[in-house]
Design a protein around this ligand. Structure first.
Ligand code: FES
Ligand SMILES: [Fe+2]
Length: 407
């Protein structure tokens, strides 16, 4: 149940983001406490996030390149809501609620190609991929059709969702009241300033990984460089100690990075000889390093000189998350067969890494059933990001700060 006012914040899911909880998130990292267990174990808090957090901000939807050609249509879900992506005739990517405005039938069930219009199977109302109404057969009675010529195409258009595309990544603002996307993404653009993300093309490799844990634990773990020495020994060896940084915030987002021994996108030392083209003209100080960004709330990118991994964290239930990972390479290296071995190697290394994290995330979820755990004891150097992230979750659910309507 969603309560409308923070007056009720001492009860139910609201207690999870109460003033006291927020005050403890404001303390120095070593003294701070993370979100209470209920934020990870209570289905009603999951509902609260679904109703207030995801709609209020810019949530990641999918790569635009999944609908490369005009006429391509792809049904997906965003925070549990059925929506679809469509590439319109003018090449723009549009996002719509996946429902017919007439009597509410689900409009799209499968990936489609070469579509000029979408026709609802129930009464055959049809729509262009820009959302405009094309026709309504027998609308005024038998054989009395309504067409584009005798109606206003805006009259019963599809329910469009506010969306923006940054490089290959489509973001949506479900409630239509978030601030400008340019402001939302500006800290991310700044952090990746030295990189040329426009040269990257998506390969056909896509990873889907299921975690038996709350989506926030999967995100937290993904952002946590502290556990690398204990959980990912191969990656640990590849990372240089000199430039292994803890998370730093940028708006509601956060970032970190490391430099690696050798000269590649490798996430294990064996990969130091990966022979893949690099971003042209990359600055010297970035030639042997990786920059990571968590684009709040549900998107992450790892940017290496030769590759990018783009990650969507999809909350499915309070204790179940699907992680989607797409792999990008410089220009033709994304598809050319001469690089297939390198791509396969990177893919399998990431599969191994994610499998190592799966068990850890399950333990994190299990640990949140212990009543003694009260938000944790944080490591001052490493857990700044954990606390920053929890604070953004609390503010978003409360719809305050950067998440207040129109800010
Ligand atoms: S519900 Fe789609 S045309 Fe009637
Ligand atoms: Fe990990």
């Amino acid at each position: 149940m969603i309560l409308g006012s923070l007056d009720h914040q001492e009860t139910g899911p609201w207690a999870t983001v109460s003033d006291d909880v927020l005050a403890r998130l404001d303390l120095d990292t070593a003294q701070a406490r993370g979100l209470p267990n209920a934020a990870f174990t209570d289905p009603s808090f999951h509902e609260l996030e679904r109703a207030r957090l995801f709609p209020r901000t810019w949530a990641f939807a999918a790569p635009a390149s999944l609908v490369p050609e005009p006429g391509d249509v792809l049904p997906i879900t965003v925070a549990g809501r059925p929506v679809f992506l469509a590439r319109a005739r003018d090449h723009s990517v549009r996002v719509f609620h996946n429902v017919c405005p007439h009597r509410g039938a689900r409009l799209v069930t499968d990936e489609l190609h070469g579509k000029a219009v979408l026709t609802c199977p129930y009464h055959a109302w049809s729509y262009g991929l820009d959302g405009t109404l094309h026709g309504r057969p027998h609308y005024h009675g038998p054989k009395m059709h309504q067409t584009r010529c005798n109606s206003s195409p805006e009259e019963a258009r599809l329910f469009e969702i506010r969306s923006e595309t940054w490089h290959d990544w489509v973001f949506v603002n479900l409630d239509g009241r978030a601030g400008a996307f340019e402001e939302f993404i500006a800290p991310v653009v700044r952090e990746f300033d030295g990189h040329d993300l426009s040269v990257f093309r998506r390969s056909e490799d896509a990873m889907r990984f299921e975690f038996q844990s709350n989506w926030k634990l999967v995100v937290e773990n993904y952002c946590d460089f502290y556990h690398v020495f204990a959980v990912h020994p191969e990656l640990d060896v590849a990372m240089s100690d000199e430039v292994r940084r803890a998370m730093w915030p940028g708006g509601c987002h956060m970032f970190n990075g490391y430099s690696f021994e050798g000269a590649s996108s490798g996430i294990s030392v064996e990969q130091a000889d990966l022979d893949l083209p690099k971003q042209p003209g990359l600055r010297d100080d970035l030639a042997n390093s990786m920059v990571f960004g968590l684009v709040f709330p549900n998107f992450a990118i790892n940017v290496y000189p030769e590759s990018v991994q783009a990650v969507l964290f999809e909350p499915v239930a309070h204790d179940r998350t699907i992680m989607h990972m797409w792999f990008y390479y410089v220009g033709d290296a994304a598809r050319a067969s001469q690089f297939s071995k390198q791509r396969a190697r990177l893919y399998s290394d990431w599969a191994g890494l994610n499998a190592e994290d799966e068990g850890i995330c399950r333990r994190l979820q299990e640990g949140r059933t212990c009543e003694a755990y009260d938000g944790g004891r944080m490591a001052p150097y490493w857990d700044k990001g954990t606390i920053h992230y929890h604070r953004q979750i609390a503010l978003a659910v409360r719809q305050e700060g950067a998440f207040a309507a129109g800010s």
